[in-house]
Structures are given as structure tokens and as C-alpha cells.
Design a protein around this ligand. Sequence first.
Ligand SMILES: *[C@@H]1O[C@H](CO)[C@@H](O)[C@H](O)[C@H]1NC(C)=O
Ligand SMILES: *[C@@H]1O[C@H](CO)[C@@H](O)[C@H](O)[C@H]1NC(C)=O
Ligand SMILES: *[C@@H]1O[C@H](CO)[C@@H](O)[C@H](O)[C@H]1NC(C)=O
Ligand SMILES: *[C@@H]1O[C@H](CO)[C@@H](O)[C@H](O)[C@H]1NC(C)=O
Ligand SMILES: *[C@@H]1O[C@H](CO)[C@@H](O)[C@H](O)[C@H]1NC(C)=O
Ligand SMILES: *[C@@H]1O[C@H](CO)[C@@H](O)[C@H](O)[C@H]1NC(C)=O
Ligand SMILES: *[C@@H]1O[C@H](CO)[C@@H](O)[C@H](O)[C@H]1NC(C)=O
Ligand SMILES: *[C@@H]1O[C@H](CO)[C@@H](O)[C@H](O)[C@H]1NC(C)=O
Ligand SMILES: *[C@@H]1O[C@H](CO)[C@@H](O)[C@H](O)[C@H]1NC(C)=O
Ligand SMILES: *[C@@H]1O[C@H](CO)[C@@H](O)[C@H](O)[C@H]1NC(C)=O
Ligand SMILES: *[C@@H]1O[C@H](CO)[C@@H](O)[C@H](O)[C@H]1NC(C)=O
Ligand SMILES: *[C@@H]1O[C@H](CO)[C@@H](O)[C@H](O)[C@H]1NC(C)=O
Length: 639
Amino acid sequence: MKLPLLAAATAGLASAASIPVEKAEAEIASVAADLIVRALPNSPDGYTPANVTCPSTRPSIRDASGISTNETEWLKVRRNATLTPMKDLLSRLNLTGFDTTSYINEHSSNISNIPNIAIAASGGGYRALTNGAGGLKAFDSRTENTTNAGQLGGLLQSATYVAGLSGGSWLVGSMFVNNFSTIGELQASEKVWRFDKSLLEGPNFDHIQIVSTVEYWKDITEEVDGKANAGFNTSFTDYWGRALSYQLVNASDDQGGPSYTWSSIALMDDFKNGQYPMPLVVADGRNPGEVIVETNSTVYEVNPWEFGSFDPSVYAFAPLEYLGSRFENGTVAENYSCVRGFDNAGFIMGSSSTLFNEFLLDINSTSIPTILKEAFTDILEDLGERNDDIAIYSPNPFSGYRDSSEAYATTKNLDVVDGGEDGENIPLHPLIQPERAVDVIFAIDSSADTDYYWPNGTSLVATYERSLEPSVANGTAFPAIPDQNTFVNLGLNSRPTFFGCDPKNISGQAPLVIYLPNSPYTYDSNFSTFKLTYSDEERDSVITNGWNVVTRANGTVDSNFPSCVACAILQRSTYRTNTSLPSICTTCFNDYCWNGTTNSTDPSTYAPSILIASSAGMKSAVDYSVILIAAAVAVFMSV
Ligand SMILES: *[C@@H]1O[C@H](CO)[C@@H](O)[C@H](O)[C@H]1NC(C)=O
Ligand SMILES: *[C@@H]1O[C@H](CO)[C@@H](O)[C@H](O)[C@H]1NC(C)=O
Ligand SMILES: *[C@@H]1O[C@H](CO)[C@@H](O)[C@H](O)[C@H]1NC(C)=O
Ligand SMILES: *[C@@H]1O[C@H](CO)[C@@H](O)[C@H](O)[C@H]1NC(C)=O
Ligand SMILES: *[C@@H]1O[C@H](CO)[C@@H](O)[C@H](O)[C@H]1NC(C)=O
Ligand SMILES: *[C@@H]1O[C@H](CO)[C@@H](O)[C@H](O)[C@H]1NC(C)=O
Ligand SMILES: *[C@@H]1O[C@H](CO)[C@@H](O)[C@H](O)[C@H]1NC(C)=O
Ligand SMILES: *[C@@H]1O[C@H](CO)[C@@H](O)[C@H](O)[C@H]1NC(C)=O
Ligand SMILES: *[C@@H]1O[C@H](CO)[C@@H](O)[C@H](O)[C@H]1NC(C)=O
Ligand SMILES: *[C@@H]1O[C@H](CO)[C@@H](O)[C@H](O)[C@H]1NC(C)=O
Ligand SMILES: *[C@@H]1O[C@H](CO)[C@@H](O)[C@H](O)[C@H]1NC(C)=O
Ligand SMILES: *[C@@H]1O[C@H](CO)[C@@H](O)[C@H](O)[C@H]1NC(C)=O
């Protein structure tokens, strides 16, 4: 799909503002892109997918009966590289009565006995990006002071997988595409994470070459036109992904990073050497006009090597680098060349977050030129009428691959939508695949389930219900999860809660889930999902609150919490090795594990107040009292 309205608006405005209509052609790398194996911007022709010579073994589709050989090989390196950080982390978590270092040393010869850790960051727009960022910042041993008592630094270095969905995919994508930047670096950056500028208006123009909102959309429109002119179906997601990239991808010579591919993450030396975890992005499959629910959704994942799904409807994976090639019956047909550059990093993040129509509704609150507002309003109406909030993966790589009656086996296009559309707003799906054998998932939930935009367990309920439907679950298992009323009534959504503490109670292989719901520790972090601009102070305050959520305010709310995290990390591993955990773990599991109790009565409106008055909060209280005194004096004087 082309968006003539937007193109006309930008072209019209450009000439009106006498900006040259002809933009210098995006520089096409003069070196054959296939030779560039280290740099991230390795797309052959910027945003436009381009024909390249196929490798000697033609790219092919594989079935989803296991993980890829690439992942299997990488895991050998990564799992080994987690041993030292994990020993460091566990030794700091005060597991009195248990020698964690000896335990890990004793079992490291059989890596499948070592804890296999994953982190998941839910959707929820910039609220999810920033709240999740607080979690990753606290888990990252590179962040100052995270290796002090009461802190969880090193969890990120100990993890095998980090998954993101929608706003969470912006977080994970921004971190990994920018060379595994720390959250602190992204906050301090002049080029990315400047959320005080709406992505509808464009980036902070002081720091980049484009000078206006019009030029910004004109650049974006030209890039998307380039893809369309090369014969690829496009949708509003292409524009959306480009716009997101200006905020998330730090590409100094290459504004908005049109050449940055997701598959290039696999080429980074540090990644190949197992120095950081594997990033995963989740999106859903949906045909136009179709309704999806957790019990019939197709959940796609994008990992550094592949795009595909473990679900029965698709049950196949395509090599990510060659997405956009014309796969037929499982291979790129002989008379076609291969295509590279389809897996633009922003397009992948955009595919996971296609709720842009909701963002566009806010268009009139921005200060963009009227003609653009009108163009966006028209686009919105168009999107709504055609139910077109999709990302188009075309040609469908799975076409003809499986002899199946499923639509996905024959359609020309695959339509991909926001990963949260099936209610599973935390990207757990890739992490509960039995082949991945994850032991423990730190699930950061920034969902806006309740009236006041707090989570209430809806996402976990959706994943649990899906696991009960054998034909969709397809071998996955999940711990039992109570209804949302119970979450609210028992406060399971206002503090960390562990699910699946006792593996004997679960049939099938399911991880222990450490549920970390967004909650106001030091800041009211419940902004609307569709809030488009954050001041630096808002951004940083949500990040700090997110940190406090995952650390229980640096252990000040419960000094046992760090020990409890260690118990949860070690639970599955010690179960396999038949090793007893120390007595502190009994206390921890009593305190943090959901014990099966339910209370399904309708709760009153969930409206939590700030748990810990911050110095800023105290200051405003003082200011307020000053005003009161002044008012009282004024009243007194006037009597
Ligand atoms: C993935 O594995 C295949 C087959 O072993 C190999 O040819 C390819 O180079 C690997 N891809 C990456 C990005 O390492
Ligand atoms: C495992 O990691 C250690 C420490 O990082 C390293 O010295 C060793 O070579 C690694 N072994 C393998 C098989 O990668
Ligand atoms: C470690 O845990 C023990 C008891 O489990 C407790 O007495 C001690 O204060 C804790 N130490 C720290 C630094 O939290
Ligand atoms: C780290 O801890 C030191 C000592 O307590 C403190 O002075 C410093 O401000 C802390 N840094 C950060 C970033 O919190
Ligand atoms: C999924 O279920 C919903 C609700 O039952 C239904 O409307 C929709 O058509 C179903 N979609 C598919 C792909 O089966
Ligand atoms: C998952 O679905 C595929 C495709 O229908 C099927 O071949 C496979 O046996 C299923 N796996 C399990 C464990 O049920
Ligand atoms: C794919 O398989 C179908 C059915 O077997 C066949 O008709 C078609 O020619 C095949 N296409 C290619 C490109 O081999
Ligand atoms: C790429 O190759 C296909 C045939 O495989 C051809 O139809 C298409 O026009 C080519 N695209 C470009 C931009 O050269
Ligand atoms: C923006 O305002 C204009 C003029 O009031 C109105 O026609 C249009 O529908 C509004 N757009 C949106 C998306 O609300
Ligand atoms: C939980 O969230 C869901 C989804 O937004 C909502 O329908 C439900 O009413 C909420 N329940 C409670 C108790 O908050
Ligand atoms: C916890 O530590 C972080 C990092 O030093 C700090 O920003 C935050 O304010 C602390 N939380 C509380 C509740 O003091
Ligand atoms: C289970 O937890 C609830 C509170 O969540 C508590 O009231 C109850 O006593 C616990 N039951 C058992 C058997 O520990």
C-alpha cells in the first residue's frame, strides 16, 4: 500500500517551503554488502530490500520441531559465558547456608543443570519502554552500584534470553541494535530516547541534519516509496517503523538507521562470543478484519537468525536475513534471486507494535503542520475502514511449505500485528518453548489493564489459558494462574509474585515465573500507552520507579528479597540435581509464591498510591503547606 495522502502532503509542503523536492539519493554502499560482516548497517540499499546473489546453499524454510542450529551453537558459547556472572550474582544475593559458587562449579560440566534465565518486557508504549528499562538497568552489572548489597546487577549478564513485545520490543531493540548499550547510555544520549519530541513531529532537530517535521516525513515517505517501487507491499507499519527508528536507533551517519537490520545482531562479535543474551521480539498473525484471541492466535518470534512460529498454524521458521525473497515450497525458487534488507530493525519493532492508529488519534495535540494533521486524519480513517493496522510480510516465506489447509500455507502475504493483540502482552511464548528449557522468567508487566492503567495479571491469564488448549499449546506448559480479581484482591499485581514454584504441581516442563508488575513505588508510572511525549524527568522517573519495582526498592521493602530472587533462580536447577535449598528459601516461597488461594469477588477500583515518598514528593508537600500557610495568612489578614 502506498500512502498518497501523506506523500502529497509532504511534497506539497516541501515545495511550499521551498525545500528541494529532489532529495539526495540515499548512499548505496559501494562495497558489496555481503562483505560487511561486522557493522550493523548492512542492508544493501538502505530501507529498500535488494536483490543479492543467493549463497551456495539456497536459503530454506525449516520446520519448528526444534531450535535452529545457529541457536544451538550459540547456546554452547552463551550458557558457558553466563557461569561467571551467575556465580558473582548468586554470591551477592545472601543465600545464607548455601554455597552457590560450589554448587555452580559442581554442576557446570553439565550445562543443562545450570539455571537457564530469561527476562521478558511487556508492551505498553513508552510506559513499557521506560518501566522495562528500569528493570534492565537494575539487572545490568554495568550500571553503577548494581553490585552493592540489595541489588540485582548481573542478572542481565546471567540471562540466556531477553524478549520484548510492542513497547518492550522498542526497549530490547534499542538496546541490542545499539551495540548492547546500557540504559544509562541511552538516557544520556543526545540522539536517541529524546521522547520529549513526539515521533509524529520527528526527532530533536538540533542534533541531526533534517530540519523540520515536513522534511522528516518526506524522508520517511521516500524510503517507504523506495521499498514499494522495488515491488514490495507496504503498509502504515513501514512509516511507523521508520519513525520509531529516529528515536531508537543511534545511527550518526545514517539518520533513522534505514540500513540497520535485525539479522545483523547475529554478526556482532560480542554476541557471537556469548557476551550478551539473545534478543527476541514477538508479534501476532492476523488477517485483515479477523479477531484474534489467545486460544487461536499465531504467535511469531523474530530472533537474530530467524522469523517464524512454533504454533501449529505455521510451525516453521525462515532465515531472517533473506526475508523478502520469494520462497516457494520451502526454498527460494531457482529462477529468483535472493533478497536482503527486508528485516529492517525499525520495521521489526514496528511489526510488534502496530497500535499506531491509537497513537494517531492524538495527532491534534501535536504541533505538526495542519496539512500533516489532515493527512494523518485521512490515513486514520482509511486504516479504520480497512482494518489495516498490519505489517505486511510479503512474499509469504511459508507459501507452499507445508501441505496444510491453514491460510498461512497459501496466502501471498503474511499479515503481522501487535504482539499484544491476543492478550498475551508479556512475550512469554518464545520462552516457554520446551526446546529452550528456560527455568525462570523475570516477567516485567507494564500493561494497562485496569482503569488507571496498572497491570492486573491479564497477560498471564491469557498465556495460561492458551497452555490449556492442547491444539494451540503444542507442547508448551505454563504454571497455574488465578483470575484477575484474585490478582487485585490478594495484591499479586502490586508486588513481585512467583508462579509455578513447585514443579511437581505442573504437568509438562514449565518455568518458574517471577511476575514483576508495574506499581507506584516512588512515582505514578501509570501513563497512558498512547502518551506520545515524555519529558526527560518523566522518562527518568518511570525508569527509576521500574528499578524500584524489580528490586523492591533496593531491598528496603523486604530485605529478604535478594535472597528470594536467588531461591527462584535456583529452584528448577536444584530440583533436577536433587539438592536442597536453604531454609531462607522456605520463607521466600511462603512470602512470594502464589499458593493456590483465590478470591474472585469483584474488587473495588484499583488505585494504588505511592509506596515510598521520594524527596521530590516531600518537597511538593512542603511547597503545598507553604501555600496553605500563605493562604491562611491572607485569609487572616483580610478578616
Ligand atoms: C547459521 O548457521 C548456518 C548453518 O550452520 C551458517 O551457514 C550461518 O552462517 C549461520 N548464521 C550466522 C548469522 O551465524
Ligand atoms: C567457558 O568460559 C570460560 C570463561 O569465560 C572460558 O575460559 C572457556 O574457554 C569457555 N569454554 C568454552 C567451551 O567455551
Ligand atoms: C543475610 O541474611 C541473613 C539471614 O538470612 C541476615 O541475618 C543478614 O542480615 C543478611 N545480610 C544482608 C547483608 O542482608
Ligand atoms: C553509587 O554509590 C555511591 C556511594 O554510595 C554514591 O556516592 C553514588 O552517587 C552512587 N551512584 C549512583 C549512580 O547512584
Ligand atoms: C478466533 O476466535 C475468534 C473468537 O472466537 C473468532 O472471531 C476468530 O474468527 C477466530 N480466528 C481464527 C483465525 O480462527
Ligand atoms: C506441534 O504442531 C505441529 C504441526 O501441527 C505438529 O507436527 C507437532 O507434532 C506438534 N507438537 C506437539 C508437541 O504437539
Ligand atoms: C510448489 O508445489 C506445488 C504443489 O506441489 C507445485 O504445483 C508448484 O509448482 C511448486 N512450486 C515451485 C516453485 O516449485
Ligand atoms: C529482483 O529480482 C526479481 C527476480 O528475481 C525481479 O523481478 C526484480 O525486478 C528485481 N528487482 C530489482 C530492484 O532489480
Ligand atoms: C483533528 O482536528 C480536526 C479539526 O478539528 C478534525 O477534523 C479531525 O477529525 C481531528 N483529527 C483527529 C484524529 O482527531
Ligand atoms: C483486569 O483487566 C482486564 C483487561 O483490561 C479488565 O477487563 C478487567 O476488568 C480487569 N479486572 C480487574 C479486577 O482489574
Ligand atoms: C534504589 O537505588 C537506585 C540507584 O541508586 C536509586 O535511583 C533509587 O532511588 C533507589 N530507591 C530508593 C527507594 O531509594
Ligand atoms: C495462602 O496465601 C494467602 C494470602 O495470599 C494466605 O491468606 C493463606 O493463609 C495462604 N495459605 C497457606 C496454606 O499458606
